[in-house]
Design a protein around this ligand. Sequence first.
Ligand SMILES: [Zn+2]
Length: 226
Amino acid sequence: MESNSPIFIVMLGVPGAGKGTQAQRLEEKLGLKQVSTGDIFRDNLRNQTPLGQLAKSYMDKGELVPDDVTIRMVEERLSRPDCAKGAIMDGFPRTLAQADAFDKMLRGKGQKVALVPLIGVTDDEVMDRLTGRRVCRRCQGVFHLMFNPPPPAGECPQGDKSLCDIYQRDDDKPETVRNRLFVYYKQTAPLIGYYFAHGLLAEINGAQAIDKVTSDLWDVLDKAMA
Ligand SMILES: [Zn+2]
């Protein structure tokens, strides 16, 4: 790979695998912009861009934003100067149609996806990670039943002698998490086969400590860029 052609990395993994965290770390190490679809949507909606308004018209009806609208937002985002060296895609492509369109978009510019790291964790692990999350209404603290338990006596780390008011967000309830997994398996998991067939997939054990996941990720990137 030519060192001066933009590098595009697509992060794959179930929700809760740690894609966002690892993408952020890669951003710092590689100097490539982390491009998250969530951020792109929020930007377009906030700035009421024509694409944002179009997306909103679907969302207001409770409909999914069509792939072509999402793709045009991504294309616009990637055309900005901070993506001149490439980007780490986090949350896009999410469907086979988006992956094909992304391929086509890059090919049109003589570019392509460089590597697709798959942060692999088991479904049970994801259920534990996501359903164990607890938040405090008072101090906005984020805790985890296993990894970062809420203060035992309920005392708020805020230090104002008030007690933490711990609850589980609807997003973290088992039925919601299972539904997110279902959507992932239905829409996004086929991308694993798609990118494997393109010779771009690099599976990483995401059940390890965060730093070890990062160093494994760094190793496969090194190999891919060599
Ligand atoms: Zn608290």
